[in-house]
Design a binder for this molecule. Structure first.
Ligand code: ADP
Length: 263
């Protein structure tokens, strides 16, 4: 989004025929205000749809007490789905708000990467339900950082790979040492993303395909969470993607994030 600079200018007369000109640059203040308003508008919009569905079914249930069993079952299932959607959304909003409001540096747990990645692998398998081939390739060292935050960031990339890769596709998770430190990456052979969207993917609620994101229980906040966690760990996100071919999301960690860092 483009913002013009906004200056507030006060002209204060003093003594005889003299004036002081005071300027305040409120551009940043305005930008933050606008972001806050957008976030609240988007979040309310996202919550409104599932709430409307649930309220609609509750009204039907009230007005039709003798509804047949199978229809009631189907309504309950749909309400359950929408309830989960709201739960995911509120959970992700709380994670994001918490990440933004902590001033302190992240914890420096020593994360043993082998079990960490094994756990990530089983979570990916559970989400995929056998629809994808998922491999893990690890040659990198252990990592220093907040294990909760990094589990959430890595988990978001892996869950996206599963959610945006059609059945039969491949997903590879890797953790490798590099000259600058180490890189965690997730590659998939999924639907891919065209170039013009790449720079906006970490914006809150930005989605290339809203329908697909919602169908797969997406909140539109996953990559915003990833971005915040990485900023707190001095790490950076790189995305390469080609529509119809697949995507690679990589996180580059500096050497200072590695135990007994070799710098
Ligand atoms: P969502 O909950 O919608 O997945 P994210 O913030 O995690 O939200 O991702 C933002 C958008 O980026 C997604 O809606 C999707 O359009 C796109 N995206 C993320 N990961 C992938 C991927 N591996 N392949 C294709 N598109 C992806």
């Amino acid at each position: 989004m483009l913002f013009r600079s906004k200056l507030i200018i006060h002209l204060i007369p003093f003594e005889d025929r003299r004036q002081i000109l005071v300027t305040h640059d409120v551009t940043e203040f305005d930008r933050l205000e606008q972001m806050r308003r957008d976030f609240i508008a988007n979040a309310s919009h996202e919550l409104r749809t599932p709430l409307t569905v649930i309220n609609g079914f509750l009204e039907i249930a009230n007005s039709e007490p003798d509804m047949d069993g199978p229809t009631r079952q189907q309504h309950l299932r749909l309400m359950n789905e929408q309830g989960k959607r709201m739960q995911n959304l509120v959970d992700d909003m709380l994670v994001l708000t918490r990440l933004e409001s902590i001033d302190s540096l992240p914890k420096e747990d020593r994360i043993e990467m082998r079990p960490f990645l094994e756990q990530l692998h089983s979570e990916a398998e559970a989400l995929s339900l056998g629809r994808h081939t998922i491999t893990v390739n690890m040659t990198g060292p252990d990592l220093l950082g907040s294990s909760d935050e990094l589990r959430s960031a890595f988990g978001n990339l892996v869950s996206n790979a599963v959610r945006y890769t059609p059945e039969g596709g491949q997903i590879s998770i890797s953790w490798q040492p590099t000259v600058q430190g180490a890189t965690f990456s997730v590659s998939d052979t999924g639907i891919g993303i065209s170039q013009e969207h790449l720079s906006r993917l970490t914006e809150r609620f930005y989605r290339v395909d809203k329908g697909r994101s919602r169908e797969t229980q997406g909140t539109g906040l996953g990559l915003a969470i990833v971005k915040h966690v990485l900023m707190r760990h001095n790490a950076s996100l790189h995305i390469e993607s080609e529509p119809g071919k697949g995507s690679t999301f990589s996180i580059q960690f500096p050497v200072t994030a590695l135990p007994g860092n070799l710098s």
